[in-house]
Design a protein around this ligand. Structure first.
Ligand code: GTP
Ligand code: MG
Length: 212
C-alpha cells in the first residue's frame, strides 16, 4: 500500500519496509490524475495484531473505510487470498472500491487488474480510477464543478480576477479594477444559479451564517 502511495505521488513519502505492520499512522498526499484531484490516504494493513500501537493504526484504517469516497483494496498477486483478504473483501463490498493486485512481477496468475508498485507500473490502476470517475461511479463529498459550462465560467472568473490583480499591481484606478471584479462576480454567480443572475452574497448567506 505504501509503495503504491509513493508511486502515485512520485515521491518517497511513506516508509516502506519488508516488515508487515510498518505503517501505523495514516499517511496522506494529493495527486491530480487528468482532472481528478485525489486525496490519497495510506493506511495500516488490516489484520489481527497484539501490538497496541499497530492496533490503533488498524482501527484508523477501518474508520477510513467509512469516510473514503473510494477504497483501493490492495491484494498481493504473489500469493493466494488468505482469511484476512476474504474479510477485507467482505468489509468493503458495499463501498465504491477498486480491487488491485500488486506485485504483478511475482504474480502466480493473471489478474484483471494488476500492477507493480515497486516497478512503478501502475498505469492500469490509474486508468481504472479515471474510468470510474468518467462513469460517475465516484461520488465525492466535496463540491465539484461538474460540467463544461461551470468550468468555463470558473475559468472566466479566474481570468478576471487575474486581470484585477494585475491592475491593482499596476496602480490603476479603482473604477477600472471594479469592472474586472464585477465580471468575475457575475461568472461565479452564473455557476451557482445557471444562466440567471442573482446575488451570490444572498446565496452564501442563505446557506451559511457568516461572521456571527
Ligand atoms: N516484488 C514486489 N515487491 C513489492 C511491490 N510493491 C511493494 N513491494 C515490497 O513489499 C514490501 C512491503 O511494501 P509496503 O509498501 O511497505 O507494504 P504495505 O502494504 O504498506 O505494508 P504495511 O504498511 O506493513 O501494511 C516492501 O519490501 C516492498 O518493496 C511490487 O510491486 N513487487
Ligand atoms: Mg505501509
Amino acid at each position: 500500500k505504501s509503495s503504491l502511495l509513493n508511486a502515485l505521488l512520485n515521491e518517497d513519502k511513506a516508509i516502506v519496509t519488508p516488515i508487515a505492520g510498518t505503517t501505523r499512522d495514516l499517511v496522506e498526499g494529493w495527486v491530480r490524475l487528468k482532472n481528478i484531484p485525489l486525496h490519497l490516504i495510506d493506511t495500516a494493513g488490516i489484520h489481527q495484531s497484539d501490538d497496541i500501537v499497530e492496533r490503533i493504526g488498524i482501527d484508523r484504517s477501518i474508520q477510513s473505510i467509512d469516510s473514503a469516497d473510494l477504497i483501493i483494496l490492495v491484494l498481493d498477486a504473489s500469493m493466494l487470498h488468505d482469511e484476512r483478504d476474504e474479510q477485507l473483501l467482505v468489509l468493503t463490498q458495499n463501498k465504491p472500491r477498486i480491487i488491485v493486485y500488486n506485485k504483478s512481477d511475482l504474480a502466480i496468475k493473471e489478474y484483471p487488474l494488476q500492477i507493480s508498485a515497486l516497478n512503478k507500473d501502475i498505469q492500469p490502476l490509474i486508468q481504472e480510477i479515471e474510468a470510474m470517475f468518467a462513469k460517475h461511479l465516484l461520488a465525492t463529498k466535496q463540491p465539484l464543478l461538474h460540467n463544461e459550462r461551470q468550468i468555463g465560467l470558473f475559468r472566466l472568473a479566474q481570468n478576471h480576477m487575474e486581470n484585477a490583480k494585475q491592475a491593482i499591481e499596476a496602480g490603476y484606478e479603482v473604477d477600472i479594477i471594479t469592472i474586472d471584479l464585477q465580471q468575475a462576480y457575475d461568472a461565479l454567480t452564473g455557476i451557482v444559479h445557471g444562466s440567471q443572475k442573482a446575488s451570490l452574497i444572498d446565496e452564501i448567506f442563505e446557506k451559511f451564517c457568516l461572521g456571527k
